[in-house]
Design a protein around this ligand. Structure first.
Ligand SMILES: C[S@@+](CC[C@H](N)C(=O)[O-])C[C@H]1O[C@@H](n2cnc3c(N)ncnc32)[C@H](O)[C@@H]1O
Length: 234
């Protein structure tokens, strides 16, 4: 399959990941870090645009399950995997991921700020769940043991986002620094604006991303190009 954008270390495909993942070399991926469609029929507000593709609850789960099945042969036995989930759909993601991975725990990205919903009669949804899974062979995480609450990574401000559910690069970098060996390969089948790929690029890791919507591929390619220009200028 032809790539949409490529650097020495990072490849982005404009494709349905269920097709693209079958072409990955077997047992090549060290870390799966992804933020699939949440299955919440998410409606974006503001300048960053429309609803997320495949985000109806049943459709989102079906795509995630099929993506994991397609990715299976490419995952190394000592893989670490991180999957962002909405609080309402994480049990479904847990079930789907459990069929392929040993679930090691759930991290909580504490966003330190509210969110939508019934402001007067519910607690603020100021966090996201990140499922942590692993392959059948154990590989230690780097550094001293850290708690499961990921604090100190503010959400990308709405005015700076190129994707309605864009994740902060420094949060993804933290997860990759802990879990990916030097020069390892990172996979994000639902790449969106390319935040995972940018984090991998900044850490000198290899990465493959797949994104269905061309406008987000364009955004990701622009970010990766800027990263290449920066490293050449340094
Ligand atoms: C929750 S967003 C990811 C946002 C990303 N983490 C970021 O920081 O920009 C999920 C993305 O998956 C894409 N998507 C949905 N179905 C897909 C599929 N079958 N293959 C590849 N990408 C898909 C959507 O277009 C959307 O951009």
């Amino acid at each position: 399959m032809k790539s949409y954008f490529q650097t020495d270390t990072v490849t982005l495909f404009h494709a349905d990941c269920r097709d693209a993942l079958a072409g990955l070399p077997s047992e090549s991926v060290d870390v799966l870090l992804t933020d699939p469609p949440y299955g919440m029929a998410y409606e974006a507000k503001g300048k960053s645009g429309a609803a997320i593709r495949a985000d109806g609850s049943r459709q989102g789960m079906r795509v995630f399950r099929q993506a994991l099945t397609a990715a299976g042969p490419a995952l190394k036995p000592d893989l670490h995997a991180f999957v962002f989930c909405h609080w309402e759909s994480w049990p479904d993601f847990f079930d789907a991921a459990s069929a392929h991975l040993k679930i090691k725990g759930a991290l909580m990205w504490w966003k330190a700020r509210g969110g939508m919903g019934d402001c007067a009669a519910s607690f603020a949804p100021d966090y996201e769940v990140v499922l942590h899974g692993a392959g059948p062979t154990r590989r230690a995480l780097a550094g001293k043991r850290h708690g499961a609450v990921l604090d100190g990574y503010p959400p990308v401000p709405a005015r700076a986002r190129t994707h309605p559910t864009e994740k902060p690069v420094n949060l993804l970098s933290y997860l990759l620094e802990r879990s990916c060996p030097a020069g390892g390969l990172v996979l994000d089948p639902f790449a969106g604006s390319g935040a995972t790929l940018v984090a991998a690029q900044q850490l000198g890791l290899r990465a493959v991303g797949v994104e269905l919507e061309e406008r987000y591929c364009e955004a990701a390619a622009r970010r990766l190009e800027a990263g290449t220009a920066l490293s050449l200028a340094a």
